[in-house]
Design a protein around this ligand. Structure first.
Ligand code: GLU
Length: 339
């Protein structure tokens, strides 16, 4: 989305100084971000997975979790939805933690394909290399790398890992899982294609099944904020104090999100918001300001690439007003903000 569509042309960009404002100021700015985004009704709710079409288009919540463990919430932050594609970011981090920087780089890749999330042609164009762990081919290949002796153990590795990121026990929404399994032709085709190139390590049907389960995990905007804050905090969940992944894994994961987190709009997002983020087709959006905060948003109306419209608008406002954009500096000899 462009600056004008994001509704932030009049919001001065505060420099990323290394400090976030005090709690009361965050609460005020969060309320302003919510008010600003709520009036936007552009976009449509995803319906290619039948159950997603039942989402309330007006549902909208935003939560900011800071690295001290503080939570700031506005709107429907406890409304649950399926995590969908956002799981890709956190499963990628968990798998990086097991296999290490180089192996995940070589096996899955770190580049944006520039093609839609469920593209088959992207696999063909790259000799079967998935390239991008934030689209379905790369995510299925990543899930196929999960350690464990059985499918049950491999699934539990993911479920338990996502739960540590959120700081609470997460479970699957069975209705979502069944609805997606019944309409999963493209993902099955992608997994078979990857297998035909020798690019997938486990049985392709099992990889699709586990990938579909991870997408059906039920979360809310507050969970997303805490998960994001864990990536912002060098891998330690700031609410529970539990280390989930290493600081190196956070760094690597955030670099991948910066390149590919918002589908084929990732460049636009980085240009306007200046932060790593990941969106999903159910309307969730997680954004990470390293060393500062995680932002979780839920609003199911999507732009044509599959990104939450209200989520992007609210996050764009917060990025400017809270001084989160990692590219925004001010001369160190002059403390004035450039505006
Ligand atoms: N489970 C969805 C799919 O595989 C996730 C898509 C998304 O959120 O990008 O189609």
């Amino acid at each position: 989305m462009r600056e004008s569509e994001l509704d932030v042309e009049d919001v001065p960009q505060a420099a990323a100084t290394g400090e976030v404002p005090e709690t009361a100021r965050i609460d005020d700015l969060l309320a302003a971000a919510h008010d600003r985004a709520r009036v936007h009704t552009e976009g449509t709710v995803a319906d290619y997975i039948p159950i997603l079409a039942e989402a309330d288009p007006e549902a909208f919540g935003v939560c900011v979790a800071d690295v001290d463990g503080g939570l700031h919430e506005v709107g429907q932050t406890r409304r649950t939805f399926s995590i969908q594609s956002i799981s890709k970011a956190f499963v990628y981090a968990l798998v990086c933690g097991q296999l290490g920087h180089q192996e995940v780089f070589d096996t899955v890749g770190v580049n944006n394909t520039g093609l839609p999330f469920n593209s088959v042609i992207a696999v063909e164009l790259n000799d079967g290399h998935p390239m991008n762990p934030m689209v379905n081919a790369g995510a299925i290949a990543t899930t196929a790398l999960v350690p464990g002796a059985t499918a049950t153990e491999r699934w539990e590795f993911i479920r338990a890992g996502l739960s540590r990121f959120a700081g609470r026990d997460l479970t699957i929404d069975d209705e979502v899982y069944r609805s997606e399994m019944a309409t999963n032709g493209r993902n099955t085709a992608i997994a078979e294609l990857l297998a035909s190139y020798g690019r997938i390590r486990s049985d392709p049907d099992e990889a699709v099944d586990i990938y579909t389960r991870q997408c059906a995990v039920s979360i809310d905007a507050r969970d997303l904020a805490v998960m994001g804050a864990t990536l912002a905090d060098g891998g330690v969940n700031p609410v529970t104090g539990v280390r989930v992944v290493s600081a190196t894994v956070c760094r690597d994961t955030l670099a991948v999100l910066a390149a590919s987190g918002l589908y084929e709009r990732s460049g636009e997002w980085l240009f306007e918001i200046g932060l790593p983020g990941k969106s999903g087709v159910s309307g969730g959006l997680v954004t990470v300001a390293p060393g500062k905060v995680g932002i979780g948003a839920y609003a199911p109306r999507l732009d044509s690439a599959g990104n939450s419209v209200r989520g992007q608008i609210a996050t764009a406002y917060l990025s400017r007003a809270l001084g989160l954009n990692i590219f925004a500096s001010a001369p160190h000899t002059n403390q004035e903000n450039p505006g």
